[in-house]
Design a protein around this ligand. Structure first.
Ligand code: MF3
Ligand code: CO
Length: 277
């Protein structure tokens, strides 16, 4: 019968049934995007990548995070898109800028100046034709201590290894597993309080993508699922707190640095495609 999910092939439906019967958590059919929706998210992702490239070309010591916000806002607007963070749940700016011990959701402002030795996560999310994409990168300002550079590099490698585990009939737990293994092997820790997420038709959709996990546990992955992987790796303890003043800024409990990289990906028949390259 024709219905809302008639784009989901018989083969995929049968696989889902098979894994459900074996006791696995399986995706709801609403998590499986149509080819048209995936193309829309892909186009959103192209603009999102353009924003991050524009930031990369301009970021430097002496600049305020407010100036980063301006680059993001103007590039996004000039490409016919909307910055997803702006007014999202009351967030006041177009981008999250998270320096050193700030884990995520830092709010740009004109008094916060980038200094030599800082690391900063710039987290950009774009709405284009109603489709959402989401990605972040770290930027290193001048020379940083070797252990801090290592943190940035391990967080990036953690994302790469996580993406490698995202293929049809793998499980979300495999993504978390490889991220946690790499972080802990390097004597770093993985933030538990914030996760990756489904994305595309809304900013944050199901499923939750944890950055710790166990092999072959957690939700089954099937072609058409679109989600972020965005590991937050801490130099010290994994615990974090939210700044009470602004209600957004997430900071490490021990005030040691944190690093994060993020991509939006789609599960394909062949494996996956990164939509935010
Ligand atoms: N971009 C963040 C993420 O990766 C979400 C930021 S919500 C905001 O999920 F309101 F702070 F922008
Ligand atoms: Co995200």
């Amino acid at each position: 019968m024709d219905n809302k999910y008639s784009h989901v092939s018989k083969e995929i439906l049968e696989k889902i049934e098979y894994y459900r019967n074996k006791g696995h958590k399986v995706p709801k059919l609403s998590m499986i995007k149509t080819p048209e929706q995936i193309e829309g998210i892909r186009q959103s992702g192209v603009i999102n990548t353009g924003v991050l490239d524009a930031v990369a070309q301009n970021i430097k010591a002496g600049m305020s995070t407010e100036e980063i916000d301006k680059i993001v806002y103007e590039y996004t607007r000039d490409h016919g898109a909307i910055p997803a963070p702006l007014h999202y749940g009351g967030f006041p700016k177009s981008v999250c800028t998270s320096i050193n011990e700030v884990v995520c959701h830092g709010i740009p402002n004109e008094y916060e100046i980038l200094e030599e030795g800082d690391i900063i996560n710039v987290d950009v999310s774009t709405i284009y034709n109603g489709y959402y994409s989401d990605a972040s990168r770290m930027f290193v300002i001048g020379n940083v201590k070797p252990r801090v550079q290592k943190l940035v590099d391990v967080a990036r490698e953690a994302l790469r290894l996580g993406v490698e585990q995202a293929y049809p009939y793998s499980f979300l737990g495999n993504i978390g597993y490889v991220i946690q293994q790499l972080a802990e092997k390097n004597k770093f820790s993985v933030v538990r309080d914030f996760c990756g997420h489904g994305v595309g038709l809304e900013f944050h959709e199901d499923p939750e993508v944890e950055h710790v996990g166990r092999r072959n546990r957690g939700m089954l992955l099937v072609p058409g699922m679109v989600f972020t992987i965005e590991p937050m790796i801490n130099m010290g303890v994994p615990d974090v707190f939210v700044d009470e003043e602004d209600g957004w800024t997430v900071v490490t409990e021990d005030e040691k640095p944190s690093a994060q990289w993020e991509h939006t990906i789609v599960i394909t028949e062949a494996g996956n495609e990164i939509l935010t390259y």
